[in-house]
Design a protein around this ligand. Structure first.
Ligand SMILES: Cc1cc2nc3c(=O)[nH]c(=O)nc-3n(C[C@H](O)[C@H](O)[C@H](O)COP(=O)(O)OP(=O)(O)OC[C@H]3O[C@@H](n4cnc5c(N)ncnc54)[C@H](O)[C@@H]3O)c2cc1C
Length: 540
């Protein structure tokens, strides 16, 4: 069954849901999501959302903290915009029923790494789940939002689907929706829209160890790349310093590592080597509260030097009841693995967590393709620069979702888009794949390659190795893709390969170390490279 609508939203995390609510005030929305509606990075966010709420805090302090973490690459104008519009968007979240933790009638604002003030609103250690709950509840009450679960966007519909004009440039193309796979019926449908909003989240699954759930296969970046949409700063992958070592033995963590939130270090947690020694003082005067890139590299260095598989995070010196009250989810999950965090150290390792780069958008969430808007983790807004400050991503998502809704309203009013007749998906001549294990192996190879050669510490040689291997996987998978009836894994393999390639290419372009990108061949920060790494044309 094909669909037509005013606005198509791709993704049911904070960015997609928040935008859909706002858009539904003036237009009809179809929101598609790859699996169950709650399955998203948002749902697993623990620490919270940063905003200037306390009267002793100031916009300028939050701006400065963000700029410092961003290591020279943040766009000051977008940082200012996000920080200043933040409190209003927090009010929006509260108005739709989000319950942030309060103490004595006041928000319990906490501090995280890189923040100079306590400004993180949280819902215990399940902030994302609480926000997602409130958003879905509100979306369910809007009759002009159709939410379709188990629909995977495959590629954008543009004039190139009309097959009349083969020499289209990005300037004379428009986005008219997507082809999407209904993964329950295995049917590929056409969803046509006057405006499209991409809110498909991150790509952690491109790495072997990640805190991101299974849906985070970078589909949006790959779709944008294939359509020639501008993408930037993809070399900046944030590795969270503290994911629980050994969490994969719990069934729900089969494809992701359980996160031990930044807030645990904010609470006073101390990192220790296996023999119990604290070590962060050697690396940064802010110790455990240094920005994540510094902490992750310090841990990586200690692990490599000592040949250990994990280090410890210690909060045993804190009050037991306070720990359980503040971190019930972390306490219970660790307990299931036999670790009582009130009396025992927590074994942790760094894991791929967040991508600071993405589809380039302007302040109105407009991409370089007409009719295509984007918000949330899939974007590069200029806010995070070379390193994201903790708890700024949920904030960025709501600020840009709101802006996307406003600019889509204007676009619909100004353009009066007429949808062209785009052909249906044509899979004639393709066969059902009876060796799906080939694709499973491809995905594993991508993850290992990226972990081994494009991780926390990089080099020219490692990047070259990774590129050769990824290109080989691309050729193999593409030939299979052309002959095969579409299913989710083959789409995800295709997207993971594209993301791996974009990350490697971006990392090769940046001939310096800055923020989250560290290479032993150019170990210093070089202000000749003080610009974004932009990829526009598809080169494989
Ligand atoms: C464990 C963890 C803890 C975190 N903690 C914090 C925190 O405390 N504070 C903070 O600010 N940030 C935190 N982050 C980061 C933050 O959660 C994310 O950056 C943010 O939630 C991204 O929101 P989003 O809406 O852009 O994407 P997501 O929430 O990931 O949503 C993406 C949606 O797109 C859908 N989708 C993907 N591909 C397709 C497709 N092809 N077709 C259809 N649908 C698709 C997915 O199914 C999903 O519904 C954390 C992240 C993780 C993983």
């Amino acid at each position: 069954m094909n669909y037509k609508t005013d606005v198509l939203v791709i993704g049911s995390g904070i960015a997609g849901l928040f935008a859909a609510l706002k858009i539904s005030e003036f237009a009809e929305v179809i929101l598609i999501t790859k699996k169950d509606k709650t399955e998203s990075n948002t749902n697993y966010a623990q620490g919270g959302i940063a905003s200037v709420i306390d009267s002793n805090d100031s916009f300028e302090k939050h701006i400065q903290d963000t700029l410092i973490a961003g290591a020279g690459l943040c766009h000051r104008d977008t940082v200012e915009m996000m920080v200043k519009e933040g409190p209003e968007r927090i009010k929006d979240l509260i108005n739709i029923g989000t319950k942030f933790t309060e103490i004595n009638g006041k928000f319990d604002l906490v501090k995280e790494g890189g923040h100079s003030h306590s400004r993180i609103l949280h819902a215990k250690d399940l902030t994302g789940q609480e926000i997602e709950r409130a958003l879905i509840n509100s979306v369910n009450q809007r009759s002009n939002i159709i939410l379709l679960e188990n629909y995977t966007a495959i590629d954008f519909l543009t004039e190139h689907n009309l097959r009349k004009n083969k020499n289209l440039t990005i300037e004379n193309k428009n986005c008219y929706g997507v082809y999407a796979l209904n993964s329950q019926t295995n049917e590929v449908v056409k969803i046509q829209s006057k405006a499209t909003l991409l809110a498909s989240g991150g790509l952690g699954q491109v790495y072997l160890h990640t805190t991101n759930p299974k849906i985070a296969t970078g589909d949006g970046f790959a779709m944008a790349y294939r359509a020639g949409v501008k993408i930037a700063n993809m070399e900046f992958i944030q590795f969270h310093p503290t994911a629980l070592f050994g969490s994969s033995s719990l069934p729900e963590f089969e494809s992701r590592s359980f996160l031990i939130s930044e807030a645990v270090r904010g609470f006073g947690g101390i990192l220790r080597t296996k023999d119990g020694n604290a070590f962060m003082e050697k690396y940064d005067p802010r110790k455990e509260l240094a920005p994540r890139d510094i902490v992750a590299r310090a841990i990586d260095n200690e692990l490599k030097k000592r040949g250990d598989e994990f280090i410890y995070l210690d909060i045993t010196f804190k009050d037991k009841n306070e720990i359980i009250e503040r971190f019930p989810n972390i306490y219970n999950t660790c307990l299931r693995l036999g670790i009582d965090i009130t009396t025992e150290f927590i074994p942790v390792v760094p894991s791929a967590h967040y991508v600071c780069g993405g589809v380039m958008v302007d302040k109105n969430a407009q991409t370089s393709l007409n009719g295509l808007y984007a918000c949330g983790e899939v974007t590069m807004t200029g806010v995070h620069g070379a390193n994201r400050l903790a708890s700024n991503s949920l904030l960025e998502a709501v600020v840009y979702s709101d802006r996307a809704a406003k600019s889509i309203k204007q676009f619909l009013e100004d353009k009066r888009v007429k949808l062209p007749e785009i052909p249906d998906w044509d899979d004639s001549g393709t066969l059902t794949q009876d060796e799906r294990v080939l694709v499973t192996h491809t995905i594993k190879e991508v993850k290992h390659t990226m972990w081994d050669y494009v991780g926390i510490v990089r080099s020219n040689q490692r990047l070259q190795r990774a590129k050769t291997r990824i290109f080989y996987l691309y050729q193999e998978n593409e030939s299979l893709y052309k002959k095969t009836k579409i299913y989710n894994d083959i789409l995800e393999a295709r997207n993971l390969i594209a993301c791996a390639y974009i990350i490697i290419k971006s990392a090769e372009m940046r001939k310096e170390s800055r923020g989250l990108h560290y290479t032993i061949d150019y170990p210093n920060t070089d202000d000749n490279y003080l610009s974004d790494t932009i990829i526009q044309n598809r080169t494989y």
